[in-house]
Design a protein around this ligand. Structure first.
Ligand code: PEP
Length: 247
């Protein structure tokens, strides 16, 4: 059976001192986790994270990666650069990047491709807005977003992680019900199965106000293989409770 994955997304939060305190508390409480655990830090703190994580069971992740391998792309960070800091995961296509940085499905697919080429697992985020849900377009939207990544990545697709993150649930305190989440996860699983014989090993995470109180019921759903956690990953006791729920 595949291990669940709990990945924290710190977003644009933290400082050298705050990260050190958070990681100290987290590592002290972690023990030998029964699932895979990663924290996705702002790029400037990946070197600090590399030091703090040495010898621990925790893995480092980035929050984005360039769609290009190298060259004249001022401000961008390539996947091979992330590898230099032992980065194992990179979030791609987070709704905040799709929304505020106009990232298209094609850009997200190219980012996933760059990550895979460098041996980094892309955590590909898909999810509908509230308007799209109300218009009964949830399936259509998430399938379109995932199809672009499948199309660009062909036989490597079994190496990705998918995160279903309904946009209306991110940072709002509104969580998809376990049934709502499972329904979309099943759609995504079916799509992955049609694309790859190894689709069963692809982990599909749920993200969107997952917290210490609701994690266990969400993670008990048959197609929910972990969580992408924003706000609650900044509080060590809450993040540890979610990790325990995934074990
Ligand atoms: C996220 O940023 O991916 C996320 C799920 O945030 P939150 O848990 O705060 O809703």
């Amino acid at each position: 059976m595949k291990k669940k994955l709990i990945a924290g997304n710190w977003k644009m939060n933290g400082s050298l001192a705050a990260n050190q305190a958070l990681m100290q508390e987290l590592l002290a409480g972690l023990g030998a986790p029964g699932c895979e655990v990663a924290v996705c830090a702002p790029a400037v703190y990946l070197a600090q994270l590399q030091e703090l994580l040495k010898g621990s069971a925790l893995l480092a992740g980035a929050q984005d990666v360039s769609a290009h391998a190298a060259g004249a792309f001022t401000g961008e960070i390539s996947a091979p650069m992330l590898r230099d800091f032992d980065v194992r995961f990179a979030i791609v296509g987070h709704s905040e990047r799709r929304q505020y940085h106009n990232e298209t499905d094609a850009t997200v697919a190219a980012k996933a491709q760059q990550a895979l080429a460098a041996g980094i697992t892309p955590i590909v985020c898909v999810g509908e807005t509230l308007q799209e849900r109300e218009d009964d377009k949830t399936e259509e939207v998430v399938k379109r977003q995932l199809a672009a990544v499948i199309h660009a990545n062909g036989h490597c697709i079994s190496e990705i992680v998918v995160a279903y993150e309904p946009v209306w649930a991110i940072g709002t305190g509104k969580t998809a019900s376990p049934e709502q989440a499972q329904q979309v996860h099943a759609v995504l699983r079916k799509q992955l199965k049609a694309a790859s014989a190894s689709a069963d090993r692809i982990r599909i995470l749920y993200g969107g106000s997952m917290n210490a109180a609701n994690a266990a019921t969400l993670l008990a759903q048959p197609d929910i293989d972990g969580g992408l956690i924003g706000g609650a990953s900044l509080k060590a006791p809450d993040f540890l409770t979610i990790i325990a729920a995934a074990a």
